[in-house]
Design a protein around this ligand. Structure first.
Ligand SMILES: Nc1ncnc2c1ncn2[C@@H]1O[C@H](COP(=O)(O)OP(=O)(O)O)[C@@H](O)[C@H]1O
Ligand SMILES: [Mg+2]
Length: 322
C-alpha cells in the first residue's frame, strides 16, 4: 500500500475548485492500492483533517503525525490549480525532499503557468498562437502600445492566472483602461492578446505505460460570450461535447499537435491543451498542467469517453511515477 498525499487548496482564487477536484480524487482512488490523505494547503497552514480536528504537516519532511503514528508519503497527487501547485513552487519543494509527484516538473510548470513565455515555446514548435504583448508593470503608455500593435477585440488577462479571473474581452478602446486595471489587480504581469474567432476545442494528454495518449478532442460551447468564470463553474452555462463534432482528420490533427506539445514542453501527468479552431487551423490558447478533476470537470469526461473510469485514470497517473 502506498501512502498518497492529495494536495489541495492553494493560494489562488481556485482554492475551492481545487478542494472539489481533490475530493473526487479521494473518492475514486483505488483503496486496494493506495492510502489517500487529503492535505489542505493555504499559505503557511498545511494540514490534514479528521472531522473538526486538524493535524499539521511537518514541512521539514512533509510528514504527518496522528497520535503516536508518523505518516510519511510515498508520493503526491497534485490537485492544486494555480499557485503554488501549478507554477512549480511545490514541485521544487517536493524535489528537495525527493518525493515524487503526479504533475510536470519545476521548469515545465513555471514556464507553462506563464501564459506569455509558454506561447513563445509553443510558437517555436510551429503551432499558431495569437499575437500578444506581455506587460510587466502598469504604466502610462500601455493603452496606446496595445492599440498600435494589436487589432481589437483584445483579451486582457492576468499572465499567471486561471479560471478566467481578472480577464476582459475588450471590444472597444474605451474599455481598455478598466480591463488593464482589473488584470493588474490580480497579477503583476498582464497579457494583452488578439481575439481569435472560432470554436473552442480542448484535448487532454497523458503518458501511461510509456506512451503518450491523447483523449478525444472536446468542444466547449459556453452560453456566455466566451468561457468565463460563470461558464466554467455554473451549472448549465457551458456545454461540453465529447468527442467534438468535427471531422475525424481534424480531431486527429488536434490530438497530434497536443501530443507534440506534451513532448516538447516535457509535460508529466495529465494536462489539457486549449485551442481556438478557426475552421482551417488550430490556435493554441494555453495549457493547464493541473486540470480540474471535479464532477463538473472536462478531463474525467474525456477519460470516460476514452474508456477509462476516473479510478483507472488516477491509478495510471500514479503508476507512471512510482
Ligand atoms: N485570444 C483569445 N481568443 C479567443 N478567445 C479567448 C482568447 N483568450 C481567451 N479566450 C477565452 O477566454 C477563456 C479563458 O482564457 P484562458 O487564456 O484560457 O485563461 P484561464 O487560464 O483563466 O482559463 C478561454 O477559454 C476562451 O474562451
Ligand atoms: Mg483556460
Amino acid at each position: 500500500m502506498l501512502n498518497v498525499a492529495i494536495v489541495a487548496g492553494g493560494d489562488s482564487r481556485e482554492y475551492g475548485i481545487s478542494v472539489k477536484s481533490a475530493k473526487q480524487v479521494e473518492l475514486h482512488i483505488d483503496r486496494e492500492l493506495f492510502n489517500p490523505y487529503l492535505i489542505l494547503i493555504k499559505g503557511e497552514k498545511w494540514y490534514y483533517r479528521i472531522g473538526l480536528k486538524k493535524f499539521p504537516i511537518d514541512k521539514n519532511d512533509f510528514s504527518l503525525t496522528i497520535g503516536r503514528k508518523k505518516i510519511r508519503f510515498d508520493l503526491v497527487f497534485v490537485a492544486i490549480h494555480g499557485t503554488p501547485g501549478e507554477n512549480g513552487k511545490l514541485q521544487g519543494y517536493f524535489d528537495l525532499l525527493r518525493i515524487p509527484y503526479t504533475s510536470s516538473d519545476v521548469t515545465t510548470s513555471a514556464i507553462t503557468f506563464n501564459k506569455s513565455f509558454c506561447k513563445d515555446v509553443v510558437r517555436s514548435c510551429g503551432i499558431n498562437t495569437a499575437k500578444s504583448i506581455h506587460l510587466f508593470r502598469e504604466g502610462l503608455n500601455l493603452e496606446s502600445d496595445i492599440l498600435s500593435q494589436l487589432a481589437l477585440p483584445v483579451f486582457v488577462k492576468p499572465n499567471n492566472g486561471g479560471s478566467s479571473v481578472g480577464m476582459t474581452k475588450v471590444n472597444h478602446k474605451s474599455e481598455l483602461g478598466a480591463a488593464l486595471a482589473k488584470a493588474f489587480h490580480e497579477d503583476s504581469e498582464v497579457l494583452a492578446e488578439e481575439f481569435i474567432k472560432g470554436r473552442e476545442l480542448t484535448c487532454g494528454v497523458l503518458r501511461t505505460e510509456g506512451r503518450i495518449i491523447a483523449f478525444p478532442v472536446t468542444e466547449i460551447i459556453p452560453k456566455t460570450e466566451y468561457f468565463d468564470y460563470d461558464a466554467k463553474y455554473k451549472k448549465g452555462m457551458a456545454e461540453e461535447v465529447v468527442p467534438a463534432e468535427i471531422p475525424g482528420e481534424l480531431s486527429q490533427q488536434c490530438q497530434g499537435i497536443s501530443r507534440l506539445l506534451y513532448e516538447k514542453l516535457n509535460c508529466k501527468g495529465v494536462v489539457r491543451f486549449d485551442y481556438i479552431f478557426t475552421g482551417s487551423a488550430f490556435w493554441f490558447l494555453e495549457v493547464n498542467t493541473v486540470p480540474g478533476m471535479s464532477t463538473a470537470s472536462i478531463v474525467p469526461k474525456m477519460a470516460r469517453a476514452h474508456g477509462w473510469s476516473f479510478g483507472e485514470l488516477i491509478t495510471r497517473l500514479i503508476m507512471e511515477i512510482k
